[in-house]
Design a protein around this ligand. Sequence first.
Ligand SMILES: [Zn+2]
Length: 193
Amino acid sequence: MTIEQALHTRSESKCELCGATDDLAVFPVPPSADDSVDQSVLLCGNCRTQIDNPDQVDPNHWRCLNDSMWSQVPAVQVLAWRMLNRLRGEGWPQDLLDMMYLDDETLSWAQATGDHLADDEVVRHLDSNGVVLEAGDTVTLIKDLNVKGSSLTAKRGTAVRNISLVLDNPEQIEGRVEGQQIVILTQFVKKQK
Ligand SMILES: [Zn+2]
């Protein structure tokens, strides 16, 4: 059975968010490591377009989440939760969110993309030039840094590969310098192009 067939069976050939039956297609829920059935949902064209294009969202369409947020399928819960968060400003989505329960694993999946955040809430990590840093980037130190709790000095010009972002602090990233994982202030790094 293909993923599409499995999803048609699970959903009874309806959009798993709004119940529409036209233009159905498999939608892998990001960030999905694989496009497995568990990490995909069957969505109609209208839902897919609005999820992919936040500026085309019609809040009234998403009243359908009133029903689909109770789905037992984690991937559906994740999409419902993200969209309700995006629309929070409308009022009623907040009421639904207050009733919604996601287990820990599903909640961290739902939060993983930052999709649920309005633009002004997104935590951005900026380097010394104001360039946006992303996990996996390589940065260069722009000054010598003493590493707390060790005699290590990370030299100016050192390249730090594959950084990770400290999620709740936009001024901090983490990276490995001479084998040690350290926290680095974003103001002291420059992103390598
Ligand atoms: Zn739909």
